[in-house]
Design a binder for this molecule. Structure first.
Ligand SMILES: *Cc1c(COP(=O)(O)O)cnc(C)c1O
Length: 241
């Protein structure tokens, strides 16, 4: 069974296979293999297993929940490792994570931007952020609507200690491959369009899209960072999508 296979494959083996896949897709679309960063998404994964990924060469960890991150943080190997926050972030949790992450990929409101600015001032630091885009305009998901993205970015760019480095998205569950590709391609267009506007204090460098089921398609459409959980660590228990 798939679950068994996944849990028997070592994290190191999975990392090697994924890196090979990334290199192949990159070659097929004429991109250098190092133009895509592989991030390990750690939700529900015990720190020892996360460290196996780090030992296998992963240098970016993605954290969804402040509480869970804080409970595992001390046990992570952190040399040459950057931790990004990728889950929905409530303003009142910012102070718990501000000194532990190098990027917040889930910036989705100006009030959150304001709180990140305040906490950065307090800790005398700066924070790189990605703006989360709700590409399917789903009511159940957070993120900025594609139509409002440029306005949002212009307003968020005013916060001097936040540096927007790109966008992040989780596309909706798609009925077809075509629909999935349309979502990725629209995200890529938004990324390119905003980059061309040269907004002050905004650098469009990172297009964070692609998860276990669709990362190769995402790379085809210009993703520069794929966020992988299941294909690295095996399936999560029910209730942790
Ligand atoms: C869980 C999660 C992922 C990884 O999902 P998989 O399908 O397990 O690879 C990526 N990004 C975010 C924001 C997530 O919450």
């Amino acid at each position: 069974m798939m679950e068994n296979r996944l849990s028997e494959v070592s994290v190191a083996q999975a990392v090697t296979e994924i890196q090979e896949n990334i290199a192949q897709v990159c070659a097929a679309c004429g991109r250098p293999a190092d133009s895509v960063t592989l991030m390990a998404v750690t939700k529900t994964v015990p720190p020892e297993r996360v460290n196996e990924a780090v030992d296998a060469g992963i240098s970016f960890l993605g954290e969804n929940r402040a509480q869970e991150m804080l409970s595992k943080y001390d046990q992570y190997k952190k040399e040459n490792v950057q931790i990004h926050f990728i889950g929905h972030l409530q303003s009142n949790k910012v102070r718990q994570i501000i000194d532990k992450v190098t990027m917040i990929q889930s910036l989705d409101s100006l009030s959150l931007a304001g709180e990140i600015q305040r906490q950065c001032e307090k800790h005398n630091k700066e924070m790189d952020c990605l703006v989360e885009v709700n590409i399917g305009s789903e009511l159940t998901k957070s993120g900025v609507a594609p139509e409002q993205l440029e306005d949002f970015i212009r307003q968020a760019a005013v916060f001097s200690r936040l540096h927007i480095q790109g966008i992040m998205a989780i596309p909706p569950v798609c009925e077809s491959q075509l629909e999935l590709e349309r979502n990725f391609s629209r995200l890529h267009e938004l990324f390119i369009d905003i980059k061309a506007k040269n907004v002050d204090n905004v650098a469009m460098k990172i297009l964070s899209m692609g998860m276990s089921g669709d990362y190769m398609t995402a790379i085809k459409h210009g993703s520069t960072m794929v966020r992988l959980g299941t294909v690295l660590f095996g399936r999560r228990a029910y209730g942790n999508p």
